[in-house]
Each structure stands twice: as C-alpha cells, then as structure tokens.
Design a protein around this ligand. Sequence first.
Ligand code: GDP
Ligand code: K
Ligand code: MG
Length: 265
Amino acid sequence: MKITIALAGNPNSGKTTLFNVLTGSHQYIGNWPGVTVEKKEGNLKTNKDIKITDLPGIYSLSPYTLEEVVARNYLLDEHIDVILNIVDGMNLERNLYLTTQLLELGIPTVIAVNMMDLVKKNGYHIDIKALSKKLGCPVIEISALKEKGVEDIVDEVMKVAHQEVTIQHYFSYDIERTIEDIQNQLPSDIVLSQRRFFAIKLFERDQKLQAQLSQKIDIENLIQVIEKQEDDDSESLITNERYQYITSIIDECYKRKNQNQLSIS
Ligand code: GDP
Ligand code: K
Ligand code: MG
C-alpha cells in the first residue's frame, strides 16, 4: 500500500531532524512556491512505499504568512493520506495551537511529541494516553535527536491511513450552528471531509480561502449576528475557544513531577 505523509509542525520542533532520521539518504529537494525554505521529500528508510514531505514550519493555518498559506494549500490540494504532526514537548501548549487546526482538515493524523529527552530531563511528565484520547488520534513520544520512538511512527501511520476522521472538538453552540450554516452554503466541489475546515476559516473572514472558492458565498450577516451577540470579532471568538480547549488539555495531560513539593518551596 502506497502512503503519502505530510510532516507538519512549528519551526524548531525537530521536523528536519525527524525527516532525516525517517528517510536517511532517500530524499530529494525542490522548492515551495514563494517560500525560501526548500521543499524536501523522501521515502521512508524502512518502507519505500511511504513518501514523506517536510512542510514549511508554521504556528497556525491562518492566511497571514506565505509559509502558512503554502502549507495549508498543500494539505488541502494534494490528497495526502496522513499528517504527521511533530510537536515540541517542551512547548506543548504553544504547539497545540497548530495541532487543533490540523485536526480540522479531515485528514488522518498521527502526533509525535518530540524532545522527550528534554521533557524527562527537566522533570516534566506528559500523559500520552490522555493526550491521545483528548485529541482523538494516536500520540507517540519520540526524541528525533536520539532516534528514540521513531520506529513506532510508521506503525501508527499505517493504522490510521484511509481511516475515517471524527470531530473531537466542538466550539460553543451558537458558533457551531453558524459553522454548520456556512458549511451548507459552500460550493459542492468542496469535499465533505474539508467542509468543516473551510467553514471555520470563512467564519474567521479568511479572505484567501474565500477567494479560492469556485463560487463566492455571502456569510457576512451570519457572522455579524454572532459578533454582536458575543461582543467580539469572529476570529477572536475562535482563537479564544481554541485556547480554552488547549488549556483543558494541558491541565489534564501535562504535569511537573513532584508538583506539590515544588510549589511549597
Ligand atoms: P525544524 O525547524 O522543525 O526543522 O527543527 P530542527 O530539526 O532543525 O531542530 C531544531 C533543533 O532542535 C536542532 O538543534 C535539533 O538538533 C534539536 N532537536 C530536534 N529534535 C530533538 C530532540 O528530540 N531532542 C533534543 N534535545 N533536541 C532536538
Ligand atoms: K530550524
Ligand atoms: Mg527544518
């Protein structure tokens, strides 16, 4: 079975290190349109049928940087089978901001929490099982630098490829209703699995994505109703709820060992 993987993550999360470990010397270099980072693709050392592409490092899937636009267009257009989201375990909270958006793309995802050597050395503990349950996808602890845990990635990728993706996180009721309204108005050429992502971004008034529609849709009134009701702009509403979700994940899954002892001193 041929599988294509896109490697996505924040800058400095260890993408290149992991990419090199996974592909060895089986890699070729090209260009991303308009972006200075090179486009690296390769086949897995352990399974030549699996192709992996290293995306530009990004913090979000918003339309504000070229890296973000290039990465999300690739994820939307290239029909990749699996997103491998590498997350810096030392900066879990910040990295999960991208993760929550990747999970909305309707693409099977495997999360690799990297830098676990540093996490452990610094006395932190990440509850991987709880994290996996909260995010609704496989989560693996790795150290790309020490080449630890990396072999498990391939197993998980094979398992989730071609699996149905289910929604794990919902926004508050009124926002969800508006997102659903927007989904219903989207042109029919947008595939089912991507409609939620499009609707959320259009709710945020993402002009780049609006321009990519085969047919323009008028949802301004829908958005303004919620903004008036919540007394905030739609993009902030989404961002705030994302951070609430992330905070609940961190509270449950991220612990400092001997937390009590430390807080007394
Ligand atoms: P990228 O920007 O996502 O491609 O990140 P890089 O692969 O360039 O890694 C950024 C830095 O983190 C480099 O100095 C790596 O050596 C280091 N690094 C990557 N993975 C690990 C890891 O698992 N543990 C530790 N301690 N350092 C790592
Ligand atoms: K780097
Ligand atoms: Mg890199």
